[in-house]
Design a protein around this ligand. Structure first.
Ligand SMILES: [Zn+2]
Length: 132
Protein backbone atom coordinates (compact mmCIF):
# COMPACT_ATOMS: atom_id res chain seq x y z
CA UNK A 1 0.00 0.00 0.00
CA UNK A 2 1.25 3.45 -0.84
CA UNK A 3 1.04 5.09 2.57
CA UNK A 4 1.76 8.47 1.11
CA UNK A 5 -1.79 8.70 -0.20
CA UNK A 6 -3.43 7.76 3.09
CA UNK A 7 -5.25 10.36 5.13
CA UNK A 8 -3.96 11.29 8.57
CA UNK A 9 -6.54 12.76 10.88
CA UNK A 10 -6.61 14.49 14.25
CA UNK A 11 -8.56 12.26 16.67
CA UNK A 12 -10.12 15.34 18.27
CA UNK A 13 -11.22 17.71 15.48
CA UNK A 14 -11.01 15.19 12.58
CA UNK A 15 -8.96 17.76 10.62
CA UNK A 16 -6.46 16.54 8.04
CA UNK A 17 -2.84 16.59 9.20
CA UNK A 18 -1.33 15.68 5.84
CA UNK A 19 -0.46 18.47 3.42
CA UNK A 20 1.41 17.66 0.23
CA UNK A 21 4.04 15.09 1.08
CA UNK A 22 4.12 15.82 4.82
CA UNK A 23 2.29 15.43 8.11
CA UNK A 24 2.25 18.79 9.90
CA UNK A 25 2.37 19.13 13.68
CA UNK A 26 2.75 22.03 16.08
CA UNK A 27 5.37 20.90 18.57
CA UNK A 28 6.95 22.02 21.83
CA UNK A 29 10.21 20.75 23.24
CA UNK A 30 11.06 20.12 26.89
CA UNK A 31 12.92 23.45 26.79
CA UNK A 32 9.57 25.05 25.81
CA UNK A 33 10.71 25.88 22.30
CA UNK A 34 7.85 25.76 19.82
CA UNK A 35 7.96 24.97 16.14
CA UNK A 36 6.19 23.33 13.25
CA UNK A 37 7.40 19.85 12.43
CA UNK A 38 6.82 18.24 9.06
CA UNK A 39 7.14 14.47 9.08
CA UNK A 40 7.11 11.89 6.33
CA UNK A 41 3.71 10.18 6.01
CA UNK A 42 5.48 6.95 5.13
CA UNK A 43 5.13 4.77 8.21
CA UNK A 44 8.60 3.64 9.21
CA UNK A 45 10.28 6.65 7.59
CA UNK A 46 11.62 8.92 10.35
CA UNK A 47 12.77 11.87 8.30
CA UNK A 48 11.38 15.25 9.28
CA UNK A 49 11.99 18.90 8.52
CA UNK A 50 11.59 22.08 10.52
CA UNK A 51 12.86 25.65 10.53
CA UNK A 52 16.63 26.01 11.07
CA UNK A 53 16.05 28.08 14.21
CA UNK A 54 14.01 25.30 15.82
CA UNK A 55 16.43 22.90 17.49
CA UNK A 56 15.58 19.33 18.45
CA UNK A 57 18.14 17.50 20.54
CA UNK A 58 18.46 13.75 20.13
CA UNK A 59 16.52 12.00 22.90
CA UNK A 60 14.49 15.10 23.76
CA UNK A 61 10.78 14.55 24.36
CA UNK A 62 8.51 16.62 22.16
CA UNK A 63 4.83 17.40 22.72
CA UNK A 64 2.79 17.10 19.54
CA UNK A 65 -0.28 19.27 19.03
CA UNK A 66 -2.82 19.33 16.23
CA UNK A 67 -2.02 22.48 14.21
CA UNK A 68 -5.75 22.95 13.57
CA UNK A 69 -7.39 22.59 17.00
CA UNK A 70 -4.27 22.76 19.25
CA UNK A 71 -5.25 19.59 21.13
CA UNK A 72 -2.47 17.57 22.71
CA UNK A 73 -2.01 14.37 20.68
CA UNK A 74 -0.46 12.41 23.55
CA UNK A 75 -1.87 8.87 23.67
CA UNK A 76 -4.15 7.97 26.57
CA UNK A 77 -2.47 4.56 26.70
CA UNK A 78 1.14 5.68 26.95
CA UNK A 79 2.28 9.28 27.53
CA UNK A 80 5.54 8.63 25.65
CA UNK A 81 3.58 8.26 22.42
CA UNK A 82 1.39 10.47 20.26
CA UNK A 83 -1.64 9.01 18.50
CA UNK A 84 -3.43 10.07 15.33
CA UNK A 85 -5.88 8.30 13.02
CA UNK A 86 -4.93 6.96 9.63
CA UNK A 87 -7.43 6.17 6.88
CA UNK A 88 -6.05 3.86 4.23
CA UNK A 89 -6.38 5.24 0.74
CA UNK A 90 -7.03 1.85 -0.87
CA UNK A 91 -9.96 0.56 1.17
CA UNK A 92 -10.90 3.27 3.66
CA UNK A 93 -9.96 1.16 6.68
CA UNK A 94 -9.08 3.11 9.81
CA UNK A 95 -6.08 2.68 12.06
CA UNK A 96 -4.74 4.22 15.24
CA UNK A 97 -1.18 5.32 14.50
CA UNK A 98 1.15 5.64 17.50
CA UNK A 99 4.60 7.17 17.26
CA UNK A 100 7.26 7.96 19.84
CA UNK A 101 7.48 11.53 21.17
CA UNK A 102 11.21 11.13 21.74
CA UNK A 103 13.46 12.73 19.11
CA UNK A 104 15.41 10.05 17.29
CA UNK A 105 13.33 7.16 18.64
CA UNK A 106 12.20 5.01 15.73
CA UNK A 107 9.08 3.21 16.83
CA UNK A 108 5.63 3.34 15.28
CA UNK A 109 2.58 1.16 15.78
CA UNK A 110 -0.36 0.80 13.46
CA UNK A 111 -3.39 -0.65 15.24
CA UNK A 112 -6.75 -1.77 13.86
CA UNK A 113 -9.07 -3.81 16.05
CA UNK A 114 -6.76 -6.43 17.56
CA UNK A 115 -4.15 -6.32 14.82
CA UNK A 116 -0.90 -4.48 15.54
CA UNK A 117 1.88 -3.79 13.06
CA UNK A 118 5.09 -2.32 14.42
CA UNK A 119 7.70 -0.36 12.51
CA UNK A 120 11.14 1.03 13.26
CA UNK A 121 14.31 -0.31 14.82
CA UNK A 122 13.33 0.91 18.33
CA UNK A 123 9.90 -0.73 18.33
CA UNK A 124 9.21 -2.76 21.44
CA UNK A 125 6.52 -5.27 22.29
CA UNK A 126 3.24 -3.41 21.80
CA UNK A 127 1.55 -5.44 24.55
CA UNK A 128 4.13 -4.27 27.07
CA UNK A 129 3.87 -0.63 26.01
CA UNK A 130 0.14 -0.18 25.80
CA UNK A 131 -1.55 -2.67 28.12
CA UNK A 132 -2.04 -1.25 31.58
ZN1 LIG B 1 -7.34 18.75 15.78
Amino acid sequence: MSMKDNDYICPNCKGHLNVGDYLVFATRTQRKHKGLLMMSPLVGNYEYVHHNNFVLNNGEKVDFECPICQSDLTSNQNIDYAMIHMVAENDGSEYDLYFSKETGNKSTYLVANDVVKSFGEDALDYEVLFNE
